[in-house]
Design a protein around this ligand. Structure first.
Ligand SMILES: [Zn+2]
Length: 206
């Protein structure tokens, strides 16, 4: 077993991390004190045990305080249930929440669909989305669905796929579909957008 190479291999598969960076991570860890490494290794098993995905929005949340497999946002009675925002990943949802410009509900797709990808279901939670839309609409009469995906080719591809997939449902139920305005400049990932940009993108949705 080569611990260094095994760890590099693990980090290399993290989102946005290349081989050089993965190597840097491992050498960074090697320079740390024993306690730090112990803390990391004691936290990791809990990721599986104490974090689960919300039945309605599919975001990750700490399951200790959970009721009915629902996260705190889905349980919050002060949020507007008639408006639902579809985001790519949990980090996008966090960016929107930090900006404090949205008070509706969410659905987390769990990824985006690259251009030319044939197997959409492998990349995003399409079946779960449809089920969630049906359920939410029955209960709360949805008025608007906002597609808040990255302003890059993957995000745009995913937006058009979802529009097509839910078109019949939204037409039948008279639900408006909107897309974030390009206060987000082209190529921008939602995750890295500041609050002012998110505010403008929401205001200018079309
Ligand atoms: Zn939820």
């Amino acid at each position: 077993m080569n611990i260094i190479e095994d760890l590099i291999e693990i980090f290399r598969k993290f989102p946005g991390v290349g081989p050089r960076q993965a190597e840097r991570f491992v050498y960074y860890l090697l320079r740390q004190k024993k306690d730090y490494l112990k803390k990391i290794s004691s936290l990791l098993p809990h990721l599986n045990e104490k974090i689960q995905t919300c039945r309605l929005c599919q975001r990750f949340y700490l399951s200790e305080n959970a009721k009915n497999d629902l996260c705190d946002i889905c349980l919050d009675g002060n949020r507007d249930s008639k408006i639902l925002m579809i985001v790519g990943q949990d980090v996008d949802l966090q960016a929107i929440e930090r900006s404090r410009n949205f008070n509706g509900r969410y659905f987390v797709l769990g990824g985006l669909v690259p251009v030319l990808e044939k197997n959409v279901e492998n990349r995003i939670r399409l079946a779960e989305l449809k089920k969630s839309l049906e359920g939410r609409n029955k209960k709360d009469n949805l008025q608007e669905i906002i597609l808040a995906l990255d302003a890059n080719p993957e995000g745009e591809n995913t937006t058009s796929i979802i529009k097509k997939e839910i078109e019949k449902f939204t037409e039948k139920n008279n639900i408006k579909i909107s897309v974030l305005g390009r206060g987000l400049s082209t190529g921008t990932e939602l995750e890295y957008s500041d609050s002012e940009t998110i505010k403008n993108a929401l205001k200018n949705r079309f």
